[in-house]
Write a protein that binds this ligand. Structure first.
Ligand SMILES: Cc1cc2nc3c(=O)[nH]c(=O)nc-3n(C[C@H](O)[C@H](O)[C@H](O)COP(=O)(O)OP(=O)(O)OC[C@H]3O[C@@H](n4cnc5c(N)ncnc54)[C@H](O)[C@@H]3O)c2cc1C
Length: 287
């Protein structure tokens, strides 16, 4: 299907982009267009104006390590996130999650800022950034603000971004020594909609006990969710086959994931349980 007619703007400054987006309620920012354009073609949305962010000077893609954190520019593509040596070293969960998005063409166009702004709980970067307690930096008509990732996702396709606000960067802590991270996902094919995904970050002591852990589940609810009870259960424990098994049960206990043509709620819960065990087994080298 063809999208509704729309006008196209390509501002070169962030100020101009924010101005257009905040004055016209019917306008939409476009980064890689990999979610926006399919939604327009399916006529799920029909914005009157598309505001391309690709020429905005302040949004030049980048990965910047400074002290305890890594900042990633909103327009950094999934492919660049996947290949970045700094992210492989300091936030390997992000790099791995980006490598599992769809196919190479989509990874060449899609961006980390677009992935979270789309607000879909089936998005890889949304899940990985939730596991890493990311901070989202935005600029809007009222200036700059930072949003903790736990407050960013509100509902399916709904975020806490206000009219005219543009995501400029996301920031994650540098992985501490002894930290291992893993992203796992199940979908029928590379480009079909994910059935379940899990991101984990685990810091082990020299005695191999869990000192810090975060587990994020994707496609488990209307937004990415943290498995906080499983995280509490794991603290102070060595990752054994039994511990990992219980953690999978605790992480998914009481969950009612969405049901759709790709997977029923019950099947999705079972997949999430298996993925939690798989991710923890990998980081804990449980055979
Ligand atoms: C066939 C197919 C399979 C896919 N499979 C997966 C998958 O398995 N996992 C996965 O994670 N993703 C998947 N995607 C989606 C892909 O990752 C998209 O790249 C991503 O969701 C959106 O990024 P984008 O840069 O293309 O954003 P766009 O499509 O340009 O924008 C998406 C939304 O975000 C808004 N937006 C974009 N950038 C900003 C910004 N900086 N500030 C404020 N708002 C902004 C737009 O207005 C729009 O509402 C798939 C896409 C396709 C077409």
């Amino acid at each position: 299907m063809r999208p509704r007619p729309f006008s196209y703007r390509a501002p070169t400054t962030l100020k101009e982009a924010v101005e257009i987006l905040s004055k016209d309620e019917d306008s939409k920012a476009m980064a890689g267009g990999q979610s926006l354009l399919p939604m327009m073609k399916l006529r799920i949305i029909g914005p009157s104006t598309i505001v391309s962010l690709s020429k905005v000077a302040e949004l030049k893609p980048h990965v910047t390590v400074s002290g305890e954190t890594v900042k990633i520019g909103a327009l950094t593509t999934h492919d660049a996130v996947n290949r970045s040596p700094d992210l492989k070293r300091y936030a390997p969960l992000l790099s791995e999650a980006a490598g599992h998005i769809a196919d190479q063409q989509i990874r060449n166009r899609g961006t980390i800022g677009g992935n979270i702004s789309h607000g879909d709980p089936a998005c890889n970067m949304a899940t990985a950034l939730t596991a890493l307690d990311a901070t989202v930096h935005v600029t809007g008509p009222e200036g700059k603000r930072t949003i903790p990732i736990r407050d960013f996702f509100v509902d399916t396709l709904v975020t806490s971004l206000r009219q005219g606000e543009v995501v400029t960067d996301v920031e994650v802590p540098v992985a501490r020594p002894g930290t291992k991270q893993k992203f796992v996902k199940i979908s029928k094919t590379a480009t079909s909609w994910p059935m379940a995904m899990v991101g984990v970050s685990v810091e082990l002591s020299p005695e191999r006990k869990v000192e810090r852990v975060s587990i994020a589940l994707g496609v488990a609810a209307n937004t990415p969710v943290r498995a906080t009870k499983a995280e509490e259960y794991l603290i102070g424990k060595v990752l054994t086959e039994e511990v990992v098994k219980v953690a999978g049960d605790v992480a998914t206990d009481g969950l009612t994931p969405p049901s759709d043509l790709h997977a029923s709620s019950e099947y999705r819960r079972q997949l999430l349980r298996v993925l939690v065990r798989r991710a923890l087994s990998t980081v804990g080298e449980v055979s």
